[in-house]
Design a protein around this ligand. Structure first.
Ligand code: SAM
Ligand code: DTB
Ligand code: SF4
Length: 336
């Protein structure tokens, strides 16, 4: 590789082209991981891993038709129990548990097309205030948002709002037709305008091309400043959804995506998000080496299983350098 190219790594740029990003993505794997790791270490403490707990506060029955999502009312074959909005006290009890388990951020997701003003939004504002009063960061994902609602979330102390691009503008209509890409960008603008951190990323493994992955990263890097956190999800294929039969993402494709994201979004918190439960511990470590520095932590994502807390305890122990011998010991003691 050319030395000039390496020296330019880590610049905070908003003018990436698809071709440039694709060229990074397609580097020899170890070159790509090495460069991404070097940038990662310039911007972040490589020993810090953010743990974000996730809770579905309103489940299923969503009017949108996102092809990947078990919560869409369009996908009638999915086995899912719908649930109305949880009570703030219930949510706060779960947030307290997550804090005791070591989570620093508490993320709450509602299967809504958009936020509507009224009692339910007031309850979500109570949840945000409650989570903040526990000393945790609070993030919500509630669908589309108007500027006045973003302002109220900001006043309640919301740390970040999650709203994903999901995929490239070119592939988008293969996945969702009930909400436009522009509507997503408008919501993201309202979040920024209110001074709330942006949590915005997407999904790989939905049948998109490498060029689509590069194109999504180009849009993310086009935000100025870059989104503060970027979740990269590997599709969890859920039976009954249109993408339910898709094969699992090749873990090394996820590693490539992480490394490329790290190179074009050097300062962002990059979250190794959905799909972690199908990765080995070693594949997860490769993702972290390639630049991921956050995980969803807890037994469930919104409606599907996450990597278990027990497995994560082993992952964290191995990462810390403590507990390597202990994890062997635990396996033996379970077998007895
Ligand atoms: N309804 C809100 C919205 O879409 O903005 C919030 C909840 S939605 C479930 C949040 C994100 O979860 C989606 O944008 C998508 O990126 C991710 N997601 C949903 N189902 C997924 C799946 N089966 N596999 C991977 N990621 C998924
Ligand atoms: C994000 O990017 N991934 C999370 C969070 N933001 C809200 C959701 C993943 C959902 C996976 C499928 C499920 O459990 O329903
Ligand atoms: Fe609804 Fe969000 Fe699922 Fe789309 S991703 S169907 S908007 S809950």
């Amino acid at each position: 590789m050319k030395r000039e190219t390496r020296e330019a790594d880590g610049a905070l740029r908003h003018d990436w082209t698809n071709e440039e990003i694709l060229a990074l993505h397609d580097l020899p794997l170890l070159e790509l991981i090495g460069r991404a790791n070097a940038v990662h270490r310039r911007y972040h403490d490589p020993n810090q891993l953010q743990k974000a707990a996730l809770l579905s506060i309103k489940t299923g029955g969503c009017p949108e038709n996102c092809a990947y999502c078990p919560q869409s009312a369009h996908h009638r074959e999915v086995e899912l129990t719908r649930e109305g909005l949880l009570e703030p006290e219930t949510v706060l009890a779960l947030a307290r548990n997550a804090r005791s388990a070591g989570a620093e951020r508490f993320c709450m997701g509602a299967a809504w097309k958009r936020v509507r003003d009224g009692a339910e939004f007031e309850a979500v504002l109570d949840m945000v205030r409650g989570v903040r009063s526990l000393g945790m960061e609070a993030c919500v994902t509630l669908g589309m948002l108007e500027p006045h609602q973003a302002a109220r979330l900001a006043a309640a102390g919301l740390t970040a709002y999650n709203h994903n691009l999901d995929t490239s503008p070119e592939y988008y209509e293969e996945i969702i037709t009930t909400r436009t890409y522009q509507e997503r960008l408008d919501t993201l603008a309202a979040v920024r305008e209110a001074g709330i951190e942006l949590c915005c990323g997407g999904i790989i493994g939905m049948g998109e091309s490498k060029a689509d992955r590069a194109s999504m990263l180009r849009i993310l890097a086009g935000f100025s400043p870059h989104p503060e956190s970027v979740p990269i999800n590997a599709l969890v294929p859920v039976p009954g959804t249109p993408l339910g039969a898709r094969p699992q993402v090749d873990p090394l494709d996820l590693v490539r995506m992480m490394a490329t994201a790290r190179l074009v979004l050097p300062s962002a918190t990059l979250r190794l998000s959905a799909g972690r439960s199908s990765l080995t511990r070693e594949a997860q470590v490769l993702c972290l080496l390639a630049g991921a520095n956050s995980i969803f932590y807890g037994d469930t994502l919104l409606t599907t299983p996450n990597a278990g807390i027990g497995d994560d305890a082993e992952l964290l122990a191995a990462l810390s350098g403590r507990g390597v011998a202990e994890s062997t010991y635990q396996e033996e003691s379970v077998a007895v």
